[in-house]
Write a protein that binds this ligand. Structure first.
Ligand code: PLP
Length: 445
């Protein structure tokens, strides 16, 4: 090809052309093999080229790929919604299907607002959120995203929804130690609600484990219990953005299950279609649906391709695959093995500051000085170097930021397909070691 007509993320970048994928590996047209340690963007949760999913896709395509949701429902969409209701905790019984994570969080925002409108409380329209967060790229989802780097160009169009600190224990926003912190980061929400006025707030949204904006920042034990109590006290809905963490990534269907809470609304995406089809969902509890069922009976949202049978059949096949192969049950053990192997690298590479996360969502933060935790200067582009070097040696990693400003602070996410084997984990660690060795050499010169 002499020129490209495709707008890609980096216009000057020469992207390898991918040929095919099998399991945890991707192969480009030159024959180079990549171990996909990021599942793309934490998406290819069951690996590449899974026959059952391709067959389910073909079977559905032979029947019908698309029906318009205002005219018909389909067996695939109905079965998928039922299976999700049965696989998730509490009474998250209702699914609204969309096509991307951004649409799922934006739909959650709209349903939360509608819930209060139908209850006769139309002033409850704000959806508060945390700094160091990412909820999507559409204007509504970006309004909730506490990611200055991604917000900056659009600031005049965005609502100021991020108001509280993340539970970022490695760099506690309150300069406390986890053992004696008193959960100030959670309690800050109570202060924010009272300052802004609960009568104007419909919901609070948070990623159970912060992904792209923080590199798998994982909260301490009681954080979500306290958050949920504060939300309930003020009559404010709690929305869990599980676009990255949902569908088994952390060893449970939803990450919220680790902390024993049931959110009022949940957004899902990424691993739901596992990269085989674009599909995402907003899950809604009975309590949130109740006034809508009694009132207008219409959710004021939706897209042309919402609940299309083709994507629904794929997500259903993914869920069945997870169940049949006990994939989620094995995630914790695999994650522990991988995390422990990565921890051993700390002595070899002092610029590894923190290793965190749950299951197979593991974050690594890099620091210029491990004692003071001082970040590298931005100009050194440490995250980009690590990701590039890893790609050179045939390993795919997901870049994340770890700084409050969404620009500085170096972190990556390691999130291989949940189906990765022990031997492949060992290969992942070997390739990562070789990439870090080269980065260390570069940083020393
Ligand atoms: N929410 C979270 C937690 C995400 O990680 C992402 C994507 O990275 C999104 C929402 C947006 O999803 P999408 O890129 O599918 O629109």
């Amino acid at each position: 090809m002499d020129r490209t007509y495709l707008i890609k993320p980096e216009l000057d970048e020469d992207y390898p052309v991918i040929d095919y994928g099998k399991g945890v590996y991707l192969f480009d047209i030159s024959g180079k093999r990549y171990l996909d340690a990021s599942s793309g963007a934490v998406t290819a949760n069951i690996g590449h080229g899974v026959e059952e999913i391709n067959e389910a896709m073909m079977d559905q395509a032979k029947k019908v790929s698309f029906v318009y949701r205002s005219q018909f429902t389909s067996v695939a969409a109905e079965k998928l919604a039922e299976k999700i209701a049965l696989s998730t905790p509490g009474d998250l019984n209702w699914s609204f299907f969309v096509n991307s994570g951004s649409e799922a969080t934006e739909t959650a925002m709209k349903i939360a607002i509608q819930h209060w409108q139908e209850k006769g409380r139309p002033l409850k329209t704000k959806i508060l959120s945390r700094w160091v967060s990412y909820h999507g790229i559409t204007i509504g989802a970006l309004s909730m995203s506490g990611h200055p780097g991604r917000r900056s160009r659009f600031v005049p169009l965005l609502a100021d929804f991020p108001v509280v600190s993340p539970p970022y224990c490695y760099r506690c926003p309150f300069n406390k130690e986890p053992k004696s912190c008193g959960y100030e980061c959670a309690k800050e929400l109570d202060v924010a609600f009272r300052r802004i006025g609960p009568e104007s707030i419909a919901g609070f949204i948070a990623e159970p484990i912060v992904g792209a904006a923080g590199g798998a920042i994982t909260p301490p034990k009681d954080y979500y219990r306290i958050i949920k109590e504060i939300c309930e006290k003020h009559d404010i809905l709690f929305i869990a953005d599980e676009v990255m963490t949902g569908f088994g990534r952390t060893g449970t269907m939803l990450a919220c299950e680790h902390w024993g809470i049931v959110p009022d609304l949940v957004s899902l995406g990424k691993g739901m279609g596992a990269g085989y089809a674009p599909i995402a969902a907003t899950l809604v509890t009975e309590r949130v649906m109740e006034p809508i069922k009694k009132g207008s009976k219409v959710i004021m949202s939706g897209h042309t391709l919402s609940a299309n049978p083709q994507s629904s059949a794929v997500a259903l096949a993914v869920l069945e695959y997870l169940e049949k192969n006990n994939v989620i049950e094995d995630v914790e053990a695999k994650g522990t093995y991988l995390k422990n192997s990565l921890k051993k690298l700390k002595t070899l590479f002092p610029f590894i500051g923190d290793i965190r996360g749950k299951g197979l969502l593991i974050g690594i933060e890099f620091v210029g000085n491990p004692k003071t935790k001082q970040s590298f200067p931005r100009e050194l582009n440490v995250t980009e170097r690590v990701v590039k070097m890893a790609k050179d040696v045939g390993l795919l990693l997901y870049p994340a930021t770890a700084g409050e400003d969404g620009k500085s602070g170096d972190a990556i996410i390691i999130s291989p397909p949940l189906t990765i084997t022990k031997r492949e984990i060992e290969e992942l660690v070997r390739l990562f070691t070789s990439a870090l060795t080269k980065v260390q050499e570069e940083l020393e010169t």
